[in-house]
Design a binder for this molecule. Sequence first.
Ligand code: GLV
Ligand code: GLV
Length: 326
Amino acid sequence: DKPKVVITRRIPDEALEIVRKHAEAYLWDSEEQPIPREVLLQEIRDAAGILANVSDRIDKAIFEGAPRLRVVSTMAVGYDNIDTAEATNRKIPVGHTPGVLTETTADLTFALLMATARRIVEAADFLRDGKWKSWAPMLLTGPDVYGATIGIIGMGRIGEAVAKRAAGFGMKILYHNRTRRHEIEERLNAQYRSLENLLRESDFVVLLAPSTPETYRMMGRKEFDMMKPSAIFINTSRGQNVDERALYEALKDNKIWAAGIDVFEHEPAPPDHPLLSLPNITALPHIGSASIATRTAMAVLAAKNLAAGLAGEKLLFCANPIVYND
Ligand code: GLV
Ligand code: GLV
């Protein structure tokens, strides 16, 4: 008898086939709708595994309602939506998907940086809305990207991949991280800064830190006040890392020049979210890793983590490897 697993959203066939080799899958077969909480709680009761994503909240109640659960696998690098402490208490490994999405997410981060600086979305709307009366010297102008100073907060894999792109644009690269990354300093000519000095010196502040209790609302009023009035803030990490009210006020009062964000504290953000009412923000619906190849690779890796967990083998990428001690 194959164990039962719950897959909380339609995933590419390639990944589904891997799961079905090892398990009887309950699939919430929707592309857009998240699995309703009551369906998840019902289906998880006799499940040995779950393949989840960033829109699922895998909290204590889920673990309590799933006495047979042996593995949790999310198709994401971030796992802040999963109660990993509870998983660890129960010796349940949590799989995630670092590595496969690094370059794709760095591409989107840089695209958002450029789109915000050069007002690409606003300019496209301007044309479409029939506002283009004439070429004009200062129409839709913004700051240069080439040669500017970028400050990367969170020098993990994605931060490093963004730094590589920045080097190609002749940017001066500053970074802040829990630990110094000397090899990146040498290879990419990046300079370490305290958070405060990074904020004061950068033309582009790019936030790529994971969401943890320590990073919760790490960008608040005080931090935006430290940025240059000409600076641009980019967030492709997690909305929880930013005090959205402070960001709103910084943008509205022109304490910073503009922002580009791919993430919100509460997702999906409604169309009447205050940040979306501002002209100087470019906002996206959490599409950092959304290339066809990468989303497929994430689903496949999540399926492999799930299969390994069901078989009692070590996951390929485990968020709480402490479960393997003793
Ligand atoms: C998406 O945001 C991820 O963590 O992979
Ligand atoms: C993700 O891959 C990261 O560690 O930045």
